[in-house]
Design a protein around this ligand. Structure first.
Ligand code: IPE
Ligand code: IPE
Ligand code: MG
Length: 267
């Protein structure tokens, strides 16, 4: 199926990769992988075929991040709202996830990638939770990269949980009311040990964030592409990085304040 040209189509893979500025890489990339169902439907296949094909794109994104030295990659795999999909699709997604975890463990260890999850993971089937916990503990000391998968995740639910926990700790006298600030709130979120995403990619042409990392994306650069997730491979990921690097992040300041020596972090 033809994809919409990016202007880089004539470049070889190596030429494209050479366009990525290693000095301005994002530290954290977040991805809403969307369009698996449509990818399958366009081919007359069941939706699960699209989810299965999408695993190849996950592998490409992880490999590209690891090779380039992007520290954190967070992937939205299953939202709180996705529980409302037909039970067959939910079950198939869980089976696929379990298989992915089993197969990927060796690669995560080999490349020293830490595996983490965010979201209400306890709601997943016990066998999936088992493999998640196994992967989380086996990869705990891996220090080259953090791969976080958002499962049964909702940004609003995460904020509600943080508020409740923070309130309990306040009641216990662990800190004073005056100490509550943005940094402290951030420490109560699932992503406490991750920097905020610098770049968020969403595939499939939907221009929305669907309850993903609401607090954390306050100043994230957003990249929307019509490419469906199973088609979003290494080259597409590199193109997203190049696009990100052409942007000027201002964080509310004026242009003159954001020259490289000013101390405002770029990229
Ligand atoms: C994204 O693909 C994967 C999940 C949400 C689990 P979709 O399943 O949403 O695919 P479309 O949007 O229906 O094409
Ligand atoms: C967002 O995709 C959730 C994930 C990618 C896991 P959806 O396909 O569920 O989002 P909407 O329904 O189009 O907003
Ligand atoms: Mg979708």
């Amino acid at each position: 199926m033809r994809k919409i040209g990016s202007g880089n189509d004539a470049l070889s893979d190596d030429q494209l990769q050479a366009l990525v500025n290693r000095a301005r890489l994002p530290r954290h990339v977040a991805i809403i992988m969307d369009g698996n169902g449509r990818w399958a439907e366009m081919r007359g296949l069941p939706r699960i075929a699209g989810h299965r094909e999408g695993i190849g794109s996950v592998r490409d994104a992880v490999t590209a991040c690891r090779e380039l030295g992007i520290y954190a990659l967070t992937i939205y795999a299953f939202s709180m709202e996705n529980w409302q999909r037909p039970p067959d699709e939910v079950n198939e997604l869980m089976t696929l996830l379990e298989g992915y975890l089993q197969k990927e463990m060796a690669t995560l260890m080999e490349h020293r990638i830490r595996f983490k999850t965010i979201g209400q993971v306890h709601r997943l089937p016990a066998s999936v939770v088992h493999w998640i916990r196994a992967a989380e503990s086996a990869t705990l000391a891996n220090d080259k990269m953090v791969l976080t998968i958002a499962l049964s995740y909702g940004g609003r639910a995460e904020i509600v949980e943080a508020i409740l926990k923070l309130y309990d700790d306040l009641q216990k006298g662990l800190f004073k009311r005056e100490s509550v600030n943005e940094t402290l709130v951030g420490q109560y979120l699932n992503t406490a040990d991750l920097p905020d995403p610098d770049l968020m990619i969403r595939t499939s042409g939907e221009n929305r964030i669907s309850n993903f990392l609401l607090w954390q994306m306050a100043y994230t650069e957003l990249y929307f592409t019509p490419t469906l997730w199973p088609d979003f491979r290494r080259r597409d990921f590199l193109e997203a990085l190049i696009n990100y690097q052409q942007r000027e992040r201002r964080f509310g300041l004026v242009k003159e304040q954001i020259q490289p020596r000013s101390g405002v972090r770029q990229g």
